[in-house]
Design a protein around this ligand. Structure first.
Ligand code: 0HH
Length: 223
């Protein structure tokens, strides 16, 4: 069978978690650069006029979080019980919330609001902020909670095995470490250890070191 094909711009962006899910499962992906004209002219292929799009055999889909969940079902990264699947979904949505703030920082604000961003969404002291709160602290707490419940030893967010939740948090932490490295190290050493544990996993380690990992993190070349 053919490898799942990701159609996207030549950046990590919203395709990165998909790639991590595929390589962590010992599978391979094909990358195709999106054709902007096609994307706008073919609503049957791009119903929202946007990419990423994934083609895997008969399954052809858009919306990054739908694609990620599809891959989670395909590769068994979506929890081992209803409760675990609920927890994975909660974390995927939590990552989406922070990703939207990150995208504003990069694309609208061009990093000019970096300090305010950390104060509102990064610094653990901002937990009571009405401006979204300390998203990274929420992840840190969830990791500790799963560890206390006996799962993962600080290396998994849900249960004891790898899930989509881990890959999504890995990616969003990675994006924040690039911009806020020192603050991240000081405030969230637990998230940093988690991040390095994920980066050492079979499949992921090789992928991260390979030329397949695109250099461009986002379309603005910032961060
Ligand atoms: N909710 C959708 C999802 O999660 C959002 C998808 C989305 O925003 O799938 N797609 C954007 C591309 S992601 C899109 O299709 C941002 C990457 C930008 C990189 C550009 C780099 C060019 C470098 C040569 N946008 C096109 C559009 O909306 O017209």
């Amino acid at each position: 069978t053919m490898a799942p094909k990701i159609i996207y711009f030549p950046v990590r962006g919203r395709a990165e978690v998909m790639k991590l899910a595929i390589v962590a499962s010992g599978d391979d992906f094909e990358l195709e650069q999106v054709n902007f004209q096609d994307m706008k002219a073919h609503p049957e292929l791009y119903p929202f006029g946007q990419c990423p799009r994934l083609v895997d055999g008969d399954n052809d889909m858009v919306q990054s979080n739908a694609i990620i969940r599809y891959l989670g079902r395909k590769y068994g990264l979506y929890g081992k019980s209803e409760k675990e699947t609920i927890a994975v979904d909660e974390i995927l949505e939590g990552v989406e919330s922070l990703r939207c703030k990150y995208l504003t920082l990069i694309y609208q604000d061009q990093l000019a609001t970096k300090d305010a961003y950390w104060t509102s969404h990064g610094d653990p002291a901002s937990v009571d902020s009405r401006n979204g709160g300390a998203h990274l602290l929420y992840f840190s707490r969830l990791l500790a909670r799963n560890k206390e419940a006996g799962g993962g030893g600080g290396k998994a967010f849900v249960g004891s095995g790898l899930t989509l939740a881990d890959l999504a948090v890995y990616d969003i932490v990675d994006l924040h470490v690039r911009i806020f490295g020192d603050q991240m190290q000081a405030a969230y050493p637990d998230l940093l250890s988690f991040h390095s544990a994920i980066s050492e996993l079979p499949g992921i380690k090789d992928y991260l070191a390979s030329p397949r990992r695109l250099a461009a993190v986002n379309g603005n070349n910032l961060g």
